[in-house]
Design a binder for this molecule. Sequence first.
Ligand SMILES: Cc1cc2nc3c(=O)[nH]c(=O)nc-3n(C[C@H](O)[C@H](O)[C@H](O)COP(=O)(O)OP(=O)(O)OC[C@H]3O[C@@H](n4cnc5c(N)ncnc54)[C@H](O)[C@@H]3O)c2cc1C
Length: 484
Amino acid sequence: MSKLEADVVVVAGGAAGLAAAVAAAQQGAKVIVFEKGATTGGTGNMGMGPLGIESRHTRLKQFRPSKDEAFEVFMNYTHWRVDAKLVRAYLNKSGDTIHWLEDLGVEFVEPASYFPTAYPTWHLVKPGTGGRPGPMSSATMMKVLTDRAKEMGVRILLQTPARKVLKTGDRVTGVVAEDRAGETIEAHAKAVIIATGGFGDNPEMIKKFTGYEYGKDIFSFRIPGLEGDGIRMAWEAGAARTDMNMEIIYGMPDVMAIGPELHEACRQPHLLVNLLGERFMNEAVLPNTTFTGNAISIQKERCAFLIFDEEIKKKMEAGFDFLSVVFPFMRIADFDKAIHDAQDKGYAHLFVADSIEELAGKTGIDPHGLRKTVEEYNKSCEGGYDDLFNKEHRYLRPIKSPKFYAARHLPSAYGSVGGIKINHRTEVLGKDWKKIPGLYAAGVDACSIYGDSYVFVLPGNTMGFSLNTGRMAGENAAEYIKDV
Ligand SMILES: Cc1cc2nc3c(=O)[nH]c(=O)nc-3n(C[C@H](O)[C@H](O)[C@H](O)COP(=O)(O)OP(=O)(O)OC[C@H]3O[C@@H](n4cnc5c(N)ncnc54)[C@H](O)[C@@H]3O)c2cc1C
């Protein structure tokens, strides 16, 4: 067994952990980061950027919301069933954190929104490789944070998972970790910050704490190593539990097999039905992936089918109704080729048929229900008014011309949220709601501010929460150790 000494130990080197390490080092603390993976960044490498409210970018564009408006939106959305002081602290800091990241060397382009009814709070990271922001642009930000941490003397130990929080009395005094050779390391520190990114790679925890079954009724991102380690360690150290959820979105299973262009085509606002063949939502809401994921989650077998016909297919080859900020496609160039390529790979979630009955047979949708819904929907299209859900007129296109197509959608998720109870200073609270001295948590391990649904109307929210709570934890831990 080897022994290490630090002021602050950070368990792990993802978005929250790196922000925590840099912030603590900036306050003069000696910091060690234990990271389970072979690289830093965690899920922070996957996305496009964090939320920022009243950053210099949003101010220049006079983009809303202000801090006060964002707080009101957030609290109305969550019905005040979340920690208002934590929400306020996070939102108020978020604009300054954009400037802090810029001072460290991160570059952002103009803020974006994720879908038309969301606010433009999403600060997209300019990729280090050049070009426009896209999937994994935020890896550039993780690299900048890693480089700055190392320059400030932060010691980052890769492939060295932390296993246990050490305590003397009620006070936290370090962690036990395991190096890549399997040897035990005991690291003593005055403060420990936990930020291990949730349990998105742990199907047992997903089932136990959220009710979804990975691979059956949820096809969420599984970032390797996110197994709930930090949550378990904090609970063992006496931390109170919070509600735990998946950060729900929706999509077609195994989307990598069909590629993003076809996937975007299959998320346009056509006819969406469940296994009974019935509509259950206004399809104009589809770009709000959280709302759609929620609506699909309460259908039979938690699945839904987007139905369209040959005429609609041609329309999508001319142009999409909804454009994505993540992917640059304005239309699908050759739908038939895309679908043949998918079928050649044995892709099982896209269906083509010559009649509505045949489509029902192939998908397992109730044939009478589907026939009835198509007839009613076509009448709404002819009449120009959707009296069921008031879907906008411009999206009402009848399903009449063979061939007929169906794309199966299921709930998905970016990962998990929640587990460790913290206060608005990111201090971990015990079951008696008293602070556990020296223990802090940040990022999705401690993200219980969304209530039942991800607050996607303010995009960039999870990376925003992770970076901001990480930064807060680093600053507060550095302050705390001065008096210990
Ligand atoms: C495809 C995709 C795109 C996304 N895009 C965006 C976006 O644009 N904007 C946004 O706001 N959010 C986005 N998100 C979500 C966001 O990236 C995450 O919520 C955020 O990175 C979580 O930060 P974190 O620090 O809590 O966890 P992570 O960044 O995942 O870091 C957790 C780290 O903990 C390490 N770890 C685990 N166990 C241990 C252990 N025992 N010891 C040591 N280390 C351990 C892991 O290896 C990992 O490095 C996206 C997510 C996905 C999947």
